[in-house]
Design a protein around this ligand. Sequence first.
Ligand code: ZN
Length: 502
Amino acid sequence: MMEAKLNELKQRLMEASDLSYAGALLSWDQTTYMPPGGAEARGRQLALLGKLAHERATDPAIGKLLDALQSYGESLPYDSDDAGLIRAARRQYERDTRVPAQFIAQLYEHGAHSYQVWTAARPNNDFAAVRDNLQKTLDLSRKMADFFPGYQHLADPLIDFADYGMKAESVRELFTELREQLVPIVRAITAQPVADDSFVKQHFPKEGQLAFGEKIIRDYGFDFERGRQDLTHHPFMTKFSIGDVRITTRIQENDITDSLFSTLHEAGHAMYEQGINPAYEGTSLDGGTSAGVHESQSRLWENIVGRSRAFWEHYYPQLQAAFPGKLDNVPLDKFYRAINKVQRSLIRTDADEVTYNLHVMIRFDFELQLLEGTLEVRDLPEAWHERYDKDLGVTAPNDSDGVLQDVHWYVGIIGGSFQGYTLGNILSAQFYDTALKAHPAIPDEIGRGEFSTLHGWLRENIYQHGSKFTAPELVERVTGSPLTIEPYIRYLRGKYAELYQM
Ligand code: ZN
């Protein structure tokens, strides 16, 4: 009886999920191969699929099934798959049913249109072109929050979508605590000469860059039988099933680091999705559990592993060999310093590990202020320049490298878009710390280009569970404590004390 109901629930969730993944495929195509002429129809198609997926996901039949399954779910052990599925599906259903399908369609259509305008506006330094769209995004974001009354801050429901369990206030407190620790480290490092990285900015042909990045992620354990990499403007990961997880990158031929580290980053996201228990396909458990936990997986492979000295002891000779004549006279130590160069800079995605979170905090504060109405969209470019000057001591020469640099507000909502990056940095160190306690030989293995112990630990403890546990539950289960900045600060201090005289 319960089994039949559970099967029907899974069947219905699968249909909604298939429609969403079909939309994700159109969206992937839009940002990789679609010619500009496809934009208008694509926006319409995405809106329709989004609406259909939403209608399926909010079908009252799902609500009835969930009601019927409620006590059965509670009678099961907490960490059983069925109990987890019923909990996650209930949370998802209650969230989705509050938002009208028509509103979702509007959001998708606006997002597709706004993205297209942004792709032209950014290279043209044309904030005026996106201003009205951004205002509409803000209005829609406020409307979205209002479907979830009872919040303390307008951003709370939007933060909760991405990072369940967090609120504007709790993120603010965490960021304040982190900032107090980070600012002195940034100050100590930036008082010293900036590392020379001129040699990473030579000409490195595109094909060689792609091949080198793909070789490493294959070693990491990214499964090319169940994934692929393509080119785009703004790298991202997406998926259409657990067996088809896509990553994208962009190549700058005058910089070996840009594509390489974005590939390692996106592969970290992708391995999380590839590692989810296949039995969860198409259910509410099929997907990483939160933005912060997702980002912890990308940052772990990009930074903690990919920017470590041990890693480059193994890969640097291969990099030198892949681009003859470019790095022959650059010793490993010099290269290691270059890829860990710390400086106050303009672009979040290019920022080093130490200053990165300061970029995130600026955006987080702006999201709150925009939602509150204490900052107007038209004043955003100016506010951006002022805040960068104050927090990072740099001024962008234009808006392209200012308020136009990140895609988020031009394709999604304003609110909840950025805190996950910093939560991810913090968690990457907390998870890695725990992995090292279980397997102290991991750094030696990294030095030999072997990643199976680390990858296996992550799959076992994090990946396979998908969304079975909420982020706070998962962190507690895996590390034995709630989210804490301590391992992250210890990691930064240890690494950069060695690189700089601190
Ligand atoms: Zn990421």
